[in-house]
Design a protein around this ligand. Structure first.
Ligand SMILES: *[C@@H]1O[C@H](CO)[C@@H](O)[C@H](O)[C@H]1NC(C)=O
Ligand SMILES: *[C@@H]1O[C@H](CO)[C@@H](O)[C@H](O)[C@H]1NC(C)=O
Ligand SMILES: *[C@@H]1O[C@H](CO)[C@@H](O)[C@H](O)[C@H]1NC(C)=O
Ligand SMILES: *[C@@H]1O[C@H](CO)[C@@H](O)[C@H](O)[C@H]1NC(C)=O
Ligand SMILES: *[C@@H]1O[C@H](CO)[C@@H](O)[C@H](O)[C@H]1NC(C)=O
Ligand SMILES: *[C@@H]1O[C@H](CO)[C@@H](O)[C@H](O)[C@H]1NC(C)=O
Length: 467
């Protein structure tokens, strides 16, 4: 790791470069451990642009040497550290500002502050090479090339590309994030020429995205533009391809993309009825969820506490015992959501006209019967206030249950799921503990004819409204 300083006193065997033996190297490096030049090992430059080489150096008693020197200047050697070597190339000699093979080279660092930072302009493909920094202090105070160990070069290598590198996106691979969690993405692009940094732009960004962009420095002092995006993952962002584009002057933009993967509980749960008319209909429960492979559909009929089916589609006939209100619950690992209820009425008849026809058919007899029931109940209410209160509460609970479904907050335990979805967890609301359950069972006990139960509910509601 130690840099060997080839100290060449002026006039003393300038042309004789000795391949130093390992023994000599050891003693030399021990003597010169303080003489180092620090610069990045590799800098990727873009053809036609400039490249800045961050560089600092240190030599023993630099201040003392500065005091004895009249002039101090830097030299950049291309390809070989020995400037007398036939393969060597003096790209820059700061003494008289001689530049070879380049349109311009400037040492922008202050050498008196040990700063040898240099900018090479208008980079061409044939500039790809190793470069060595040499410090010369006149007259004859100090002249040396900062020469790393031969065979294990640690000096800077300029690698020239004729098109920009792709910006680096992190995370680079799609990774699942839970909905509503904050996710950070970063996109960085090298800025080898800090005067001409790339611009970074994003495309297909989510609404919640917040972006900040800045020029930053790596540990090796080379610069890059980094754009950070934070976003709150929404289920709408699932499979969204976010792209980051880096645009360098005079170059075609380069782009990197990453796909967002969002885990979420069922969304947009709804029922599709096909065909829109006819006696036999198919009800399909539709929902979006991620992951969707464990998505389960559970069907309920209003008034029945156990699910009627655990499949995506159910076939119903609009005959008297299958009319009623249906809804489905979609469930995956992360939660569940209930659809709105759909009404299935007997073919060709509206719910209201159905009641009217029923009422007409019953005629006065029904009216008399209802009146009798009504007065009976009034009396019953007067004598057994508590019982009626109970049933009203049951009615309220029924409405509450509907509200709970609409808020998508249920996890249901039932026989139906045990069979198909053993791995899922249930049990936040236990139907059997709800008063509604008793009421439903009460209706069911009136007979297997659920149409009758539906009518009973309607009448009861009307009756309560009148009370
Ligand atoms: C740089 O130029 C100066 C004078 O112009 C010369 O003395 C010196 O030897 C040159 N250095 C190299 C490495 O050629
Ligand atoms: C690179 O090539 C250009 C012409 O194509 C030439 O002028 C220049 O001297 C070359 N530079 C080097 C370092 O070889
Ligand atoms: C060296 O000089 C460059 C160019 O002027 C400057 O950007 C950099 O901050 C300096 N480095 C140090 C360590 O002072
Ligand atoms: C995102 O890109 C991948 C492949 O790169 C593609 O399969 C997927 O459909 C894209 N997503 C969208 C929403 O276009
Ligand atoms: C409805 O389905 C039943 C069997 O479930 C079938 O007997 C009947 O013919 C079907 N009706 C129509 C109109 O397709
Ligand atoms: C509906 O009625 C038919 C006969 O009309 C009967 O076969 C069927 O079991 C009934 N379904 C239910 C759920 O009661």
């Amino acid at each position: 790791m130690s840099f060997l300083l080839q100290s060449l006193m002026a006039g003393n065997k300038i042309s004789s470069f000795i391949f130093i033996s390992s023994v000599l190297l050891h003693t030399q490096s021990a003597k010169n451990t303080d003489s180092t030049a620090v610069m990045p090992q590799t800098v990727t430059a873009l053809k036609g642009s400039c490249v800045q080489i961050p560089c600092t150096f240190s030599i023993p008693d630099f201040e003392g040497k500065c005091n004895n020197a009249i002039s101090i200047y830097g030299v950049w050697l291309k390809n070989k550290s020995q400037f007398a070597h036939t393969d060597s190339f003096i790209a820059f000699n700061g003494s008289a500002n001689i530049i070879s093979g380049f349109s311009d080279i400037q040492i922008t660092g202050n050498l008196k502050e040990r700063n040898c930072t240099t900018v090479f302009y208008n980079i061409m493909m044939n500039h790809s090479d190793n470069y060595y920094f040499r410090l010369e202090m006149e007259p004859d105070v100090f002249k040396a090339t900062f020469n790393p160990n031969i065979g294990d070069s640690k000096t800077v290598n300029i690698a020239v590309r004729d098109s920009p590198q792709l910006p680096e996106l992190k995370p680079s691979e799609p990774k699942y994030v839970m909905e509503e969690t904050t996710l950070s993405l970063s996109c960085s692009a090298e800025a080898p020429c800090p005067k001409e940094p790339p611009t970074i732009s994003w495309s297909n960004i989510p609404k919640s995205a917040h972006i900040t962009t800045q020029l930053q420095e790596k540990p090796d002092k080379t610069q890059f533009v980094i754009s950070n995006m934070t976003l709150k993952a929404s289920y709408m962002d699932h499979r969204r391809n976010i792209s980051c584009t880096a645009t360098y002057p005079r170059n075609t933009p380069v782009e990197t993309s990453v796909m967002l993967l969002v885990s979420y509980s069922p969304k947009e749960t709804h029922i599709i009825i096909t065909p829109s008319s006819g006696t036999n209909v198919t009800l399909t429960c539709k929902s979006k969820a991620s992951p969707s492979n464990d998505l389960k559909y559970i069907w309920y009929k209003r008034g029945q506490d156990t699910p009627i089916a655990c499949v995506k589609t159910i076939n119903l006939s609009k005959t008297h015992n299958q009319t009623g209100s249906y809804f489905c619950v979609a469930q995956n690992t992360f939660g569940n959501q209930s659809s709105k209820e759909v009404q299935l009425t007997e073919e060709g008849q509206k719910e209201l006209s159905y009641l009217v026809i029923y009422g007409c058919a019953g005629g006065l007899l029904t009216f008399a019967l209802l009146s009798a029931v009504f007065f009976y109940c009034m009396r019953r209410k007067a004598s057994r206030q508590a019982h009626v209160t109970d049933s009203e509460q049951a009615e309220d609970k029924n409405i509450d249950m509907k509200a709970v479904y609409d808020n998508n907050a249920i996890v249901i335990s039932n026989n139906c799921e045990k069979k198909e979805t053993d791995d899922l967890h249930y049990g936040e609301i236990d139907f059997s503990k709800l008063p509604m359950d008793n009421k439903t069972r009460e209706y069911s006990n009136n007979g297997p004819d659920t149409e009758y139960a539906e009518l009973q509910v309607t009448e009861r509601k009307r009756k309560i409204n009148r009370v």
